[in-house]
Design a protein around this ligand. Sequence first.
Ligand code: TYD
Length: 139
Amino acid sequence: SVFDCPILDLPVVHDQNGKISVLENNQNIPFDIKRVYYLYDVPYAAERGGHAHYELEQFVVAACGSFSFILDDGINKREVFLNSPQKALHIKPGIWREMKDFSGGSICLVLASHEYTETDYIRNYEDFIKYVQNDSSDS
Ligand code: TYD
């Protein structure tokens, strides 16, 4: 559910010359990171996302600037505002997400549990609702 998408506080190595935030396989990331990508040069007022995944799990970090994720499990919606390079939002499988309110120059860093494959996407909202309704017998 959207309430099972926690915001992780990242370890920060801080000295007088700057900061390092760490995400590491099998330390604070509970899966093997297979892919890293980042969104940038997002135009003012642009909205992205509009899909869910069957298998993919992700950690999302506002590496620079800020933006909002709207998470939707088919029953509840939750808006998460990310504005810190020291926090990572854990998006579990089966969550519809939309992204908006990207600040100028923002960078949305994503660590993903699987390589890119279009077959893992649910891009139609009605298909998503059917999927979560049929899948609710598992949980
Ligand atoms: P998408 O995941 O829909 O973007 P967002 O959720 O940020 O709006 O991906 C947009 C396009 O980029 C889509 O055609 C698939 C492609 N893409 C890749 O080829 N590889 C990737 O790792 C990602 C994330 C997207």
